[in-house]
Design a protein around this ligand. Structure first.
Ligand SMILES: [Zn+2]
Length: 305
């Protein structure tokens, strides 16, 4: 029955508000509640059919209008009514630990996200969450691809300019699958609990939608040269550990494409090689200057141990 809803036939009609990674997390038992939305009566009908098929319950939280003025229903789905009720109560404050934990996110990751968010509310220009997670990650270690949250902009947009940039990001990458594996933001790129849960989600995706899972693995395994929320370049290449740091041999830029990557692309448009210490500035070829504060995110297809 699950294969009706998780399959490589991406054109199959479905409720578009429900992400595959969230559904896979329910199937894997990593999450017991998924927060989603239905943007039309048709969406709601498909969601009801899915709930009936997979023996899930549904709890509608509220009906509202989204940014474009369209009517939308926010809701929860999950196998156990008690879990839905608990999450429904926590929904009154979505910036609470209770809400994050009700959705099955690791406690350490919820705490870390809320810490960053509170700082962000005071200091509008605080660095993007990705830097915050990178600073909490161990030096010199590769990051498993399923921990890559760079294309996940949920809960990371705050400034008005962010929304414009996000629209440009969506246009630049339109038509491409750019969903991540873990649907939350980890506290560290080697957070043990997120690594374990992410692995389980990926196993479900791989079982039911192998082509999509393989695409995501490639897409999310690329080393990323990161200078900001919308300014980064994912490189078509592999990151290897070398002398406590990393060496990346690459064939140039690959997706996802970021709208503010212009300065980086001038340096990284051709195949080449980069070196970086465990956690810090990148040494490019002599004479090559990257923007100040640029960091390497060493995602990899083979970083499980
Ligand atoms: Zn964590």
């Amino acid at each position: 029955m699950i294969s009706r809803y998780l399959s490589d036939d991406l054109s199959r009609p479905r409720c578009l508000g429900l992400q595959f990674n969230d559904l896979a997390a329910l199937v894997a038992g990593v999450k017991s509640v998924v927060y989603t939305s239905a943007g039309s009566a048709e969406d709601m009908r498909r969601l009801d059919e899915l709930c009936a098929g997979l023996k899930l319950k549904k709890l509608v939280l509220e009906e509202r209008r989204d940014i474009s003025g369209a009517r939308i229903s926010d809701l929860l789905i999950g196998p156990r009514p008690a879990d839905l009720r608990r999450a429904g109560k926590a929904y009154s404050d979505i910036m609470s630990r209770e809400w994050g934990e009700a959705l099955g996110y690791p406690e350490c990751c919820v705490r870390a996200y809320l810490g960053w968010k509170r700082k962000k509310d005071r200091l509008l220009r605080i660095k993007d969450l990705i830097f915050h997670i990178l600073d909490s990650s161990p030096k010199g270690a590769l990051f498993p691809f399923w921990m890559n949250n760079v294309p996940n902009y949920y809960s990371r947009l705050g400034l008005r300019s962010d929304h414009r940039s996000f629209v440009r990001f969506s246009e630049l990458n339109s038509g491409a699958d750019r969903e991540t594996i873990i649907p939350w933001h980890p506290c560290s790129y080697r957070c043990p609990e997120s690594m374990e849960k992410g692995r389980k989600i990926y196993e479900v995706l791989e079982r039911y939608m192998p082509a999509t899972a393989a695409f995501r693995k490639t897409f999310l395994s690329r080393p990323i040269v990161f200078s900001g929320k919308f300014s980064y370049v994912a490189l078509d290449g592999e990151c290897r550990r070398e002398a406590g740091g990393f060496r990346v041999v690459h064939g140039g830029p690959a997706g996802p494409r970021a709208p503010g990557a212009g300065r980086l692309l001038r340096v990284l448009s051709a195949p080449g090689e980069l070196k970086a210490p465990g956690r810090g500035a990148i040494y490019a070829a002599p004479g090559v200057r990257l923007p100040a504060g640029t960091r390497l995110l060493p995602f990899s297809a083979s970083a499980a141990d």
